[in-house]
Design a binder for this molecule. Structure first.
Ligand code: TXA
Ligand code: MG
Length: 355
């Protein structure tokens, strides 16, 4: 169902939203847009509904779901031991792309929380998402609406690719704005910990909270035995089908390295670059008649938000092209660049070449 309405009050009365809300309430699955990525929603209070999500995604059941609410005060119904800092953060960043981890109340079933005693909670900014939660009258458990292991969906067509015939409804609200999943902050200990970087950046969190720890799983491949605090961060998801690596170094060295790879490549290969470098590589590919090399721009290097926005779509395009290898440029890990690099590293299985 396609919905273009913007006004939230209109959305509360929208027939398709009402239909979707009834499906959710009765334990079915509905994919819906949020400002970050499309979510696959189910009634968070119904274990059977949460289980359907794991089945539709092919997701391991130890990977907990984010519970979406439509008002800050709804946190009290599902979480315990809520620290003052939560309200400070919620005031500043909700509705928006921030998820907080708090101690859970028993109303949240184990099927939703992956057996943990905590729950991840988010109040999305998207009007469609908030209207759907509000009209459903229940909190909505929603992971990204992709098949487990594939890049998160940023368009309804991505959801359709992965979920067609597995779920009751897809709400098409057009392309999402941000394109990478929400920032996750664990508030269950004295010092908050960043579990997944997103559009609410580490810098923004530190401005509000002072000290913020970073879960090491965000930046490095953990040695065997160590576990990230967000269970989902251990899986090599966001991954395209091809072998992928990331090149890091000075601009000139990166350019030379990529050109040597273009020359050497025998198999179909994709290079993920930026608008500013595109024409140089394109003419190089043409000169050397390397038709097997596809060039894809992630966006402008001067606008990291555009790169975040395009990233998953470009990774899906690589799958469509059927390339065997992908080499990506790398980005500065400040601001939303940290989220971009985290998703790229995960897509590449942390395969980084430092020049
Ligand atoms: O932007 C988003 O957050 C999107 C939209 C749909 O809201 N949702 C999303 O959900 O990205 P998902 O399931 O793809 O990612 C949720 C992440 C996983 O890495 C999971 O392990 C982690 O959140 N998580 C969920 N509950 C947790 C908890 N109690 N403690 C630590 N990590 C948790
Ligand atoms: Mg996901």
């Amino acid at each position: 169902k396609k919905i273009d309405k913007k006004d939230i009050n209109e959305l509360y009365r929208d027939g398709d939203i009402k239909e979707a809300a009834i499906i959710i309430k009765n334990g079915g699955l509905v994919a819906f847009p949020t400002e970050t990525v499309y979510g696959l929603g189910a009634n968070a209070l119904m274990p059977e509904a949460a289980k359907k999500i794991y089945a539709a995604k092919g997701r391991p059941s130890d990977n907990p779901l984010i519970v979406h609410i439509s008002k800050t005060e709804d946190v009290k119904d599902i979480a315990n031991d809520i620290p003052e800092l939560f309200y400070t953060l919620a005031n500043k960043f909700w509705p928006g792309p921030m998820t907080v981890v708090l101690k859970k109340k028993s109303i949240i079933p184990d099927a939703t929380s992956g057996g943990l005693d905590t729950v991840a909670i988010r109040l999305p900014e998207s009007d469609i998402a908030r209207a759907l939660i509000e009209v459903s009258g229940v909190p909505i458990a929603a992971p990204s609406a992709n098949t487990s292991g594939r890049p998160s969906p940023t368009k309804a067509s991505h959801v359709f690719e992965d979920m067609n015939s597995k779920i009751e409804m897809i709400i098409d609200g057009g392309e999402v704005g941000i394109g990478v999943e929400s920032t996750i902050v664990d508030l269950t200990e004295q010092t908050p910990t960043l579990l997944r970087p997103g559009a609410i950046t580490l810098e923004m969190l530190r401005e509000v909270c002072g000290n913020v720890n970073i879960d090491p799983a965000i930046e490095h491949l953990l040695s065997t035995g160590a576990a990230p605090k967000a269970p989902g961060m251990k899986y090599k998801h966001y991954a395209p089908m091809a072998d992928m690596k990331i090149i890091r170094g000075k601009e000139r060295e990166v350019s030379n390295y990529l050109k040597s790879q273009i020359i050497e490549s025998e198999l179909d290969m994709a290079i993920l670059t930026v608008d500013e470098h595109k024409s140089d590589f394109l003419s190089f590919i043409k000169e050397n008649k390397k038709d097997n090399v596809k060039l894809l721009s992630l966006g402008s290097s001067k606008d990291m938000s555009s790169i975040a926005h395009n990233l998953f779509d470009v990774l899906r395009k690589c799958d469509e092209l059927g390339v065997k290898n992908i080499i990506s440029e790398s980005f500065d890990e400040s601001g939303i660049g940290r989220a971009v690099m985290n998703r790229l590293k995960k897509a590449a299985g942390f395969n980084i070449i430092d020049l």
